[in-house]
Design a protein around this ligand. Structure first.
Ligand code: ANZ
Ligand code: ZN
Length: 852
């Protein structure tokens, strides 16, 4: 086979599956169970996909980036682990069941089969032996074991909390699923309900999760900031206000404030609608009750509350001021006070808080400034239609007068502590993580409710608690709850009739430890210690910025909880994080305003566009992130079929730095494919094209490319690596060197592009070195330092500051020889015109200036 000369055109459709088969059959990408230490380990992971049915260009970008890293690190001598799996639980599978009568399991596993085939066609260097789906009982059963360990360690709690309840779907909704106060699917007005739910105690780790962000020096700054804001540490005080008269057994209200320095500017106190004092007011006043009910219909999200008009109801209760003898203030119920933050109550200082200002203006409450901005006079200062939230000097505040804001905060806290009416505290925005979902397609929470024994963990030898297969999706609500038999079990502790927990886990739980499971994916315990100890943390994690907060924070919590329960020894799961940009495309609209797919549109050279078939004009819209709703998507499968995987990979890497958005275009892919064919011809047509020029310039170009591509790959500058390889290909084409030198340069080109275009690299290498090792198994090429140094230097020769000649001399030519050569130039002699040279200025390697 190797005797015949290679075909003139690269047949990627035949070559790509052939090389995929060769890698697979030789086990090129199998990671050792436990790396033996002879090579440094490197764990590369891309965020695993949700099996929606088809891969999209975002996946192609994500997995190509990871594959470049994996292949490069392997060539650099690392023991690499690069696994793939499926984030397979979630609502779309249940919707498919409801809408089309397909079982969620069948829908999911069919989708996985499709997407696995598509990923395989991309030629990713994955260790497929480690694959799993989170809906496999072998996975979620181990997740249940972790749940029980966390429960035992006090990291899981069952508590009552206010939730968004969709009365039509019969389920709790996440804040993001409440749109304008209505359930995102049912459209029914959402109610707030207090329910018992399962929580992971993530708040126990709040200080650590914040502190350790400082150690994540290979994470984007932006992501660390987003996490820090989410955790939200605030220093302030809790202040207790005595009620003028006790109400419903309460004698005081406690508030949280970050501004105890402004206590003398107080004009009201406000509580959340769910606060006990609001309930007390509602019990005696129908108007208060009506207001509370109204607030309850509003979503619980901070954004919803922030946007809503500030509204309130005066309860008639009054509280005493801690510092001003005899002064009392009204207690309001206000829709902008959250029950879940601080204490669910605030003191209002309209002079220095925007929301309080809006509220006080609306209800004609007093507004008294107590912070004097720099440069203002106390006697003449007045607020100008808005709260003043900046720094300044305290006034109108008795013993705090004259202090700056930080000192006044400290002084106020001291005074509160002396009087016993408050203390300095640190408050966290982070809430415990509610994981209960009233859904079928999720991991069952492994506990049993017994009348006599209370909450009884399912014994570990009875795990997994499997989902029943025969479920009825025709009724609203949780199918597990109305299944005829599933939840009826004997109590494991006393044997009496008891009830299984029918809540399943939030799917974020599934993705909070999958990276650890990949280390020992078939273990009959959650993870094998020797495997996770050797492989974790993930050295390079790659994914979208949309997961910057929740997924990453939950994974960081889970890793700590797994450490605390003896499963791991690391705290941080991801040592390096890279967030990729989006893949964008032009959008198109037909005359009647309908979105059109790119394949329905013909772009014409004059910039206009026509609809294929009908030739009616098409409006070309903005370049924006590919989305199904705008139909500006391109199917990766179609692209791979038409151009091959290498072309798709090459184009997606070439356009822009990977952290930035990139624009997919037909002309761009076509250009990438022309390059694929060009590079192939360089190798296939070698013998025909040898010249008789010197080898050295081409060798130098190749070795400079090694150096430049290596640096680019080390720093995620993959588009730069692509550009350097274009240059090397150009240099080879332009070179007049002999066949041997060209063969060597093409071989280097093939090996350098292997992380990006692995199939083409193998094809070329096999033409040049038939029967030898696969490129996938070769070490990374080393640049020869002797070929990197410049051999000549270019020197500008000036006479009286004017350029008269340029010299090309060997590097290291001694000064006398440089000057002699400069003066010998004809043009220089002419400019000197026989005059004596008074001064010779020499900047080595650059300039000679002769002064006459
Ligand atoms: C009085 C005050 C005066 C406030 C002032 C601000 C400015 P961060 O920084 O986010 O922690 N607050 C406290 N609990 C609240 C709740 N449950 N719902 C809504 N708002 C609440 O914000 C803390 C500030 O937010 C607190 O400080 C409190 O208002 C308000 F000139 O207290 B401040
Ligand atoms: Zn019992």
């Amino acid at each position: 086979m190797n005797d015949a000369s290679p075909p003139a055109r690269y047949d990627f459709a035949a070559a790509e599956p052939r090389w995929q088969e060769a890698w697979e059959s030789r086990g090129c990408f199998a990671a050792p169970d436990v790396p033996d230490g002879s090579k440094p380990k490197y764990y590369v992971l891309e965020m695993f996909p949700y099996p929606s049915g088809k891969i999209h260009m975002g996946h192609v970008r994500n997995y190509t980036l990871g594959d470049v890293v994996a292949r490069y690190k392997r060539a650099r001598g690392h023991a690499v682990m690069h696994p793939m799996g499926w984030d397979a639980f979630g609502l779309p599978a249940e919707n498919a069941a409801r809408e089309r009568g397909i079982h969620p399991g069948k829908w999911t596993y069919d989708n996985i089969a499709n997407m696995r085939a598509e990923l395989r066609r991309m030629g990713l260097s994955l260790d497929w032996a480690r694959e799993f789906a989170t809906c496999d009982p072998e996975y979620y059963g181990q997740q249940q074991a972790l749940f029980l360990d966390f429960l035992k360690a006090g990291l899981v709690e069952r508590k009552r909390s206010w939730v968004n309840w969709d009365p039509v779907d019969g389920t709790v909704l996440a804040n993001e699923q409440v749109i304008d106060g209505k359930g995102w699917r049912s459209g029914a007005p959402v109610e707030k309900r207090e329910l018992s739910q399962w929580f992971f105690s993530i708040t126990k780790y709040a200080p650590e999760l914040l502190e350790a962000l400082n150690t994540l020096d290979r994470w984007p700054e932006r992501v660390r900031t987003m996490q820090a804001n989410w955790i939200g540490r605030s220093e302030g005080a809790r202040v207790r206000f005595a009620l003028a008269e006790p109400a419903a057994g309460l004698s005081e209200v406690e508030v949280f404030t970050t501004r105890p320095d402004t206590l003398f500017g107080m004009s009201f106190l406000a509580v959340a609608a769910e606060h006990p004092l609001a309930a007390a007011a509602a019990a005696r006043d129908p108007k208060a009750a009506a207001f509370v009910a109204e607030c309850r219909a509003m979503g619980t999200s901070e954004a919803a509350i922030e946007q809503a008009e500030k509204r309130g109801h005066d309860t008639g209760f009054r509280v005493a001021h801690p510092f001003i003898e005899g002064a009392t203030f009204p207690v309001w119920i206000a829709n902008f006070v959250l029950m879940e933050y601080g204490t669910g109550a605030i003191f209002g200082c309209p002079g220095h808080d925007e929301r309080d200002f809006e509220f006080a203006s609306k209800y004609a409450l007093p507004i008294l400034p107590v912070v004097l901005p720099p440069g203002e006079e106390a006697a003449s200062f007045a607020l100008d239609g808005a709260a003043y939230t900046g720094d300044g000097t305290i006034f109108n505040s008795r013993f705090l007068d004259g202090l700056d804001v930080p000192s006044a905060k400290r002084r106020a806290i001291e005074a509160l502590e002396e009087k016993g009416s408050g203390q300095g505290v640190v408050n966290w925005r982070l809430r415990d993580w509610g994981v209960s979902r009233q859904r079928y397609w999720g991991c069952p929470i492994p506990v049993i409710h017994c009348e006599a024994c209370g909450i009884v963990p399912v014994p570990k030898d009875q795990l997994p608690v499997r989902l029943p297969d025969d479920v009825d999706f025709s009724k609203p609500g949780n199918p597990l709850d109305h299944h005829p038999s599933w939840k009826h079990v004997a109590c494991p502790s006393c044997g009496a009739a008891a009830r299984r927990e029918t809540d399943t886990c939030d799917t974020f739980v599934d993705s909070s430890w999958y990276f650890a499971r990949f280390c020992s994916p078939r273990a009959d315990i959650p993870v094998m210690r020797d495997a996770v100890d050797a492989w974790l943390p993930v050295d390079q994690y790659i994914g979208g910025i949309e997961h910057a907060i929740l997924h990453l924070l939950y994974s960081r919590f889970f890793t700590r909880a797994m450490s605390a329960t003896g499963h791991l020894k690391v705290d941080e799961p991801f040592a390096g994080l890279f967030t990729q940009g989006m893949v964008q495309h032009e959008s198109y609209k037909s005359q009647d305003g309908a979105w059109l797919y790119p394949e329905e549109v013909e772009r014409r050279p004059d910039g206009t566009a026509l609809r294929r078939g009908t030739n009616e004009p098409v409006t070309v819209g903005r370049v924006e992130a590919m989305s199904k709703s705008k139909r500006n998507t391109v199917d990766p499968g179609a692209i791979i079929g038409r151009y091959g995987a290498d072309t798709a990979r090459w184009f997606i890497l070439s356009d822009n730095p990977p952290e930035r958005d990139m624009e997919w275009s037909e002309s761009g892919v076509a250009g990438a494919h022309r390059f694929v064919q060009r590079v192939y011809r360089l190798a296939a047509g070698l013998d025909a094209r040898g010249g008789d020029g010197p080898a050295r310039p081409l060798q130098q170009a190749a070795h400079r490319a090694i150096e430049a591509v290596t640096t680019a790959l080390e720093t995620f500058a993959f588009n730069v690596a692509v550009a350097r390889l274009y240059e090397l290909a150009n240099a080879i084409e332009a070179s007049d060197a002999g066949v041997e030198a060209r063969r060597e340069a093409v071989a280097i080109l093939a090996r350098l592009m292997a992380p990006m275009m692995p199939h083409l690299a193998e094809e070329i290498w096999s033409i040049l070195h038939p029967g030898e090792e696969l490129v996938a198994n070769l070490p990374w090429p080393e640049a020869d330092p002797a070929l990197l140094v410049a051999e000549t230097m270019t020197i500008a020769v000036q006479v009286l500051g004017k350029l008269r000649a340029t010299l090309t001399l060997p590097v290291g030519t001694p000064e006398e020889a440089v000057l002699a050569a400069a003066e010998a130039e004809e043009n220089v002699q002419r400019a000197i015109a026989g005059r004596p040279i008074r001064k010779r200025i020499h900047v080595p390697g650059r300039i000679v200036n002769l002064v006459v």
